[in-house]
Design a protein around this ligand. Structure first.
Ligand code: MG
Length: 376
């Protein structure tokens, strides 16, 4: 390779890597050094449109914590969504967030330092940590006047289709729920109780769209699992999430080797440090901001998983458009998305990322792309 060819081959990389730092530099040069951040939070309860049943439980509400960072006339919004089975609650989030003091930092652009400090306050509490991370990202984007997909250097047109989730239910209720799925291109079926085939057959009798499945660790036997995976593949399944309990490492690795479709870790992978050991067990991972402690670590997780040749899905809990819009900023980086969480609730507090022709499409508003609704 001569000098000219060498320069041609290297010029693209530094430009891509430099983009977030260039944005930060611009933002730092404009800040008013006397200002300090003010952090606040309050509990809220999401009401679900339907009883939501997965293999381990049913529920009609989800507790969330709403966070706010005020700085120099701007407000960054964040959210912690805490489905009860994950162990966080209004009480635990209240306790954790009471220890957050952002007034000691010079400015929001100390993102890495601030979020590493938040992470070190206590172990666990991933959703509470995410609520600070999201609010800080929203604030920084607003200070820069840019949506985060621009700061990351992503092409918003590359966002994948997002799935519409059908919880475990009777054929009558499944048929009713399917009426809301018209604008979605992929249907995700929750499995893991005794009616697996009935669930699959009911959905497939209504639509010929591609499907995915999520037993949420509900299958206990690897032979049953491989039989069901072949059945799903015949019905047009693209991939499957967490078929077996996360502790069954050997069985999951066996299944991944035998399966004709990718097997993704959901419950089996929470954070960045879980990824290397998941490499030989699963074909990919489902990343959720509420598990990863927010956008900062989710971004690192996507890049690490992709560098290891793993598939990446971006998922969610039932969340307001705040959490969903934050996740959508990262969506052009991933293979699959499951970001329908805000469509499953009755009392959203934000207007944000919309699902357009089956894709979670972030708007051009700065930050995570949300506006607070008047009623809140
Ligand atoms: Mg899942």
């Amino acid at each position: 390779m001569n000098r000219k060819e060498f320069l041609k081959s290297t010029v693209a990389t530094p430009l891509i890597l430099a983009s977030p730092f260039a944005f930060f530099e611009k933002g730092i040069s404009k800040i008013n050094s006397s200002k300090r951040m003010k952090f606040s939070f309050r509990p809220y309860t999401l009401e679900l449109k339907h009883v939501f049943t997965v293999s381990a439980m049913s529920r009609t509400t989800t507790p969330v914590m709403l966070t706010k960072i005020e700085y120099d006339g701007l407000i960054g919004y964040g959210e912690a969504s805490m489905p009860p089975y994950l162990g966080e609650s209004h009480e635990t989030a209240n306790l954790f967030l009471s220890k957050v003091n952002l007034s000691k930092y010079k400015n929001p652009f100390e993102l890495e330092t601030i979020l590493a400090d938040i992470d070190a306050i206590d172990k666990g509490n991933p959703a509470a940590k995410a609520s600070v991370d999201i609010a800080l990202h929203d604030l920084i984007g607003k200070l820069l006047g840019q949506p985060w997909y621009n700061i990351y250097g992503l092409d918003v047109k590359k966002t994948p289709f997002t799935v519409f989730t059908i919880g475990i239910d009777t054929p009558e209720v499944v048929r009713e729920k399917m009426k809301e799925s018209a604008e979605f291109k992929i249907i995700k079926i929750k499995l893991g109780k005794e009616n697996d085939k009935e669930m699959i057959d009911t959905v497939c009798s209504i639509t010929d769209k591609p499907i995915t499945a999520d037993p949420n660790q509900g299958w206990k036997d690897k032979n049953y699992a491989i039989e069901m995976i072949h059945y799903l593949k015949e019905k047009g399944a693209l991939y499957i999430e967490q078929p077996l309990p996360k502790e069954k490492i050997d069985d999951l690795a066996w299944l991944t080797e035998k399966s004709p479709i990718p097997i993704l870790a959901d419950e089996g992978v929470q954070r960045l440090s879980d990824i290397p050991k998941a490499k030989n067990v699963y074909s990919g991972i489902n990343i959720k901001l509420m598990k990863s402690t927010g956008m900062r670590e989710a971004h690192k997780m996507i890049l690490l998983a992709k560098s290891l040749g793993m598939k990446v899905m971006l998922g969610c809990m039932t969340e307001t458009s705040c959490g969903i819009s934050a996740a959508s900023q990262l969506s052009p980086l991933v293979d699959w998305a499951d970001l329908d969480g805000a469509t499953l609730i009755k009392n959203d507090l934000f207007d944000g990322t919309k699902i357009i022709q089956g894709k979670v499409t972030p708007n051009s508003l700065p930050g995570i792309g949300i506006k607070k609704l008047q009623k809140s």
